[in-house]
Design a protein around this ligand. Structure first.
Ligand SMILES: *Cc1c(COP(=O)(O)O)cnc(C)c1O
Length: 365
């Protein structure tokens, strides 16, 4: 019997322990802890990594989302189109500004169904938010064309898709703003909270820089009512270390996903599929099973950890009861919430651990 956690973050730390510890000590000894040399260097390196023009470090992925909509001028009375099956933070980024989320069902790759967007566009629609959920890149050409046609802003939630590509172009660079989270469990995770936006427009980038620091460009001269959403030097420095290794970490996740996809054979279990022309980074490996509860209990018994991403879709959560959407409003999304299951995938997962998971799933009856 093996004990396998659904996710674990210690193995990445120990793999690069010396580099992380050296960087942490350097920052601690520098005497400068928020918005400084490390943040600037990380912003430059991460912009370069994504192929985007500018990166602005922020305090979290949620901040990246809500500040993006705020600076794009989206608020009360405006509608933003978003997929129903997402983490609730995507939706909070919209509603924190007083705007209304308009939900669209996902396609078979867990991404927003591009063919169902146009029907939802009204004269109140101001933006589309694409979530590259589970690290599966959403094909962007059709969606970008729709946004151009209707003059909508295009925002990408890349909290789960660092390094994922469509047609060789990285997610986060297709629209007006790419929003990233560096929460520890993300593919590019820090050792605390962190986030960033990637933007192509210089003016917009400088607005993010001003907004994140109480709306001031020059200390104590406040241009707008901003927020405190600063990235700290320790996180930025440690993220720089991890970024240097992100490609090898992503390759490792892809290999695990490939072993799962070729090894798991069970008619009761549906495996995740990826759209053509995408590079997916497998933030999660999400299977589907009509008998999920029984499968979870069975895996539990074998000490294999699983998580449901996500058991309650945002439109049915208590927080969004005020939107007034009844059960059955989004049947595809709601069916996913009843059947999806994220099985263990993490950097440093051994072949033995993977095989144990594969065998267990194949033996489920
Ligand atoms: C993690 C996550 C966020 C929020 O990021 P935080 O850094 O936790 O605020 C937003 N959207 C998605 C899809 C996420 O997975």
């Amino acid at each position: 019997m093996m004990n396998i956690m659904q996710n674990r973050m210690d193995r990445v730390f120990f793999r690069y322990q010396e580099e992380f510890e050296k960087k942490a000590l350097d920052v601690l000894r520098s005497g400068w802890y928020v918005l400084g040399r490390e943040v600037r260097a990380f912003e430059e390196e991460f912009a370069g990594y994504t192929g985007g023009k500018y990166c602005v470090g922020l305090a979290s992925g949620l901040d990246a989302l809500w500040i993006a909509f705020r600076l794009l001028g989206i608020g009360k009375g405006d509608e933003v189109i978003v997929q129903g099956n997402t983490y609730i933070a995507s939706v909070m980024g919209i509603t924190m500004n007083g705007a209304t989320p308009v939900f669209v069902e996902p396609d078979r790759y867990f991404g927003i169904d591009a063919d169902k967007i146009e029907d939802k566009i009204t004269d109140k629609t101001k933006a589309v938010l694409v979530v590259h959920l589970y690290g599966i890149a959403t094909p962007m050409d059709k969606i970008a064309a729709l946004c151009r046609k209707y003059k909508l802003k295009l925002v990408e939630d890349c909290a789960q898709s660092h390094g994922a590509c469509y047609n060789g172009q990285m997610t986060g660079t297709f629209g007006d703003v790419g929003c990233f989270s560096f929460y520890p469990s993300k593919n590019l995770g820090g050792f605390g909270d962190g986030g960033a936006v990637v933007v192509g427009d210089e003016q917009l980038a400088s607005e993010f820089r001003v907004f994140r620091n109480y709306g001031s460009e020059k200390r104590y001269y406040n241009k707008v009512v901003g927020a405190n959403s600063r990235l700290d030097e320790l996180q930025a420095g440690l993220l720089r270390v991890r970024l240097r290794h992100l490609d090898e970490l992503t390759a490792e996740r892809i290999r695990i996903a490939q072993r799962y996809s070729s090894g798991i054979r069970n008619p009761k279990i549906r495996l995740p599929q990826t759209p053509d022309h995408t590079k997916c980074v497998w933030h999660q490996y999400v299977i589907r099973c009509e008998e999920r509860e029984r499968l979870t209990a069975y895996l539990d018994e074998k000490e294999i950890g699983t998580i449901i991403h996500y058991p309650i879709p945002p439109h049915l959560s208590e927080a969004y009861r005020y939107l007034g959407h009844p059960e059955g409003f989004l049947p595809v999304t709601e069916h996913l919430a009843r059947t999806v299951l994220s099985i263990p995938i993490y950097n440093g997962m051994t072949d033995e651990e993977q095989d144990y998971v594969i065998d267990a799933l194949n033996e489920f009856q």
